[in-house]
Design a binder for this molecule. Structure first.
Ligand SMILES: Cc1cc2nc3c(=O)[nH]c(=O)nc-3n(C[C@H](O)[C@H](O)[C@H](O)COP(=O)(O)OP(=O)(O)OC[C@H]3O[C@@H](n4cnc5c(N)ncnc54)[C@H](O)[C@@H]3O)c2cc1C
Length: 333
């Protein structure tokens, strides 16, 4: 395995900002990955998937590891009328979802067209259109980033919650594979208004009807990160108290609200950013997407700090208007 020095990371992050890694490698086996961990015990380490949820604001003074672990194996699971599939971390997420839909395996179809790798899916418990990946994960296999020791996490041990997991909180593990349990039968359940609308004309939608509808809606709403660099939703949807919700509702009656745990309500970050005057706003090389205020797009800067400054302007505006501090979903290094 080759260790590259002073390695340009521009094409490894979806915002395409420029930064150099002191060291960079792409292990192709679990043994090579373990070796990389042990070869540089003193260096801080950063694991990259497809780079769709992160960008750089400065050079990385350590070892960047971009695993290239490929493969997939299926195991029957008669007991649950389901199938178990173990997928290696570097497989492309959407190709895996397409594979499931083609084979009649249900559970992940609402998560179609999310860019990135399989190994990153459990990190922030990816979600869309009323579904979260945690609902189909049986087990996550990972290496300790400091020792190379292997661990298996049950769904419960992953401590999943909204855009969160033990992997995200501790940054202590490198995911090497994910085991999914998928249903072999499918009945469409209405979960999300936009998707229901798209499928309104279809009687008994099939798995591929759902996947195609999700892709159509996403293509209409979201910019392609390969054409217009972006990392998808920049902020998490905030959880707020009933009191704050009432206060905002007195001015904006149509504030979206969904009950969540602890008596709190989840609201829409896009709604707040829009009402704070930041939808479709461009400042220099950075802006919010006109069709979706939650997406920050890079119109041409190589400097991640420009994106951070713009992000802070949005946070300040929302905080001043609504007294809600938005939390970024995207990683900044
Ligand atoms: C256009 C667009 C739309 C998007 N839509 C959605 C959406 O609908 N829902 C959603 O949830 N997300 C969405 N995202 C965000 C992104 O696609 C997901 O977070 C995806 O899982 C990132 O995968 P990745 O391989 O690119 O991870 P990266 O961006 O490479 O990494 C993300 C984080 O995970 C860590 N990581 C990556 N791989 C591993 C590993 N093997 N082991 C340990 N840590 C690892 C990284 O260190 C980093 O902290 C969108 C992004 C874009 C650009």
């Amino acid at each position: 395995m080759i260790y590259h020095r002073h390695f340009q990371l521009k094409k490894y992050n979806a915002f395409q900002t420029e930064a150099f890694a002191k060291l960079f490698c792409e292990p192709e086996t679990i043994e090579e990955l373990r070796q990389a961990i042990l070869d540089y015990p003193e260096e801080q380490k950063l694991v990259l998937g497809a780079g769709c949820n992160l960008f750089f604001t400065q050079d990385f003074d350590g070892l960047v590891i971009r695993p290239n672990l490929r493969g997939m194996r299926e195991m029957p699971d008669q007991e649950h009328d389901s199938v178990m599939v173990e997928v290696m971390a570097s497989e492309d997420w959407d190709s895996f979802v397409a594979h499931c839909v083609e084979n009649g395996y249900a559970g992940l179809e609402n998560l179609s067209f999310i860019p990135g790798s399989v190994g990153a899916a459990p990190i922030q418990n990816i979600g869309a259109y009323g579904a979260e990946v945690k609902d189909c994960i049986l087990e996550v296999i990972a290496l300790d980033i400091h020792t190379g020791e292997s661990f298996s996490f049950s769904n419960h041990e992953c401590e999943f919650s909204y855009r969160d997991s033990i992997f995200k909180r501790t940054r202590k593990y490198i995911v090497i594979s994910v085991v999914f349990r998928l249903k072999k039968s499918f009945h469409y359940v209405e979960k999300y208004a936009d998707l229901n609308k798209e499928l309104a004309e279809v009687e008994q939608p099939s798995l591929s009807d759902v996947r195609e509808a999700v892709i159509r809606v996403r293509k209409r709403k979201l910019p392609d990160h390969l054409e217009l660099p972006n990392c998808g939703s920049f902020f998490k949807n905030p959880y707020i108290s009933a009191e704050i919700a009432e206060r905002i509702k007195s001015e904006y009656e149509n504030l979206p609200l969904y009950p969540v745990e602890g008596g709190l309500l989840k609201t829409s970050a896009a709604f707040l950013i829009d009402r704070a005057g930041f939808r479709g706003v461009r400042e220099g090389n950075v802006g919010t997407y006109p069709n979706q205020a939650l997406i920050i797009v890079n119109y041409g800067t190589a400097d991640g700090n420009e994106i951070v400054r713009f992000m802070n302007r949005i946070r300040d505006a929302v905080n001043t208007k609504f007294e809600i501090l938005l939390e970024p979903e995207v990683w900044m290094f």
